[in-house]
Design a protein. Structure first.
Length: 70
């Protein structure tokens, strides 16, 4: 990872891509959870539909589906 990005091997490039993709997914998921917690604390149920649209395709899909059923 200390090598210049222009001179990575194929395996190193694939590793970097996997890490960057994973970090993005984890970051998006964390943001959705924080946002959900904030909505619940503020009792902002009007924001739930928009949140659900963003959340239902990610790692918190089960939470989104459960929240909409309740």
């Amino acid at each position: 990872m200390t090598t210049s990005r222009d001179h990575l091997t194929k395996v190193e490039t694939m590793t970097v891509v996997a890490i960057e993709s994973g970090v993005l997914l984890v970051t998006e998921t964390r943001d959705l959870i924080v946002e959900f917690d904030d909505m619940i604390r503020r009792k902002a149920t009007t924001e739930l539909d928009a949140w659900n649209d963003r959340a239902k395709g990610g790692l918190v899909a089960a939470l989104a589906n459960g929240a909409m059923k309740n």
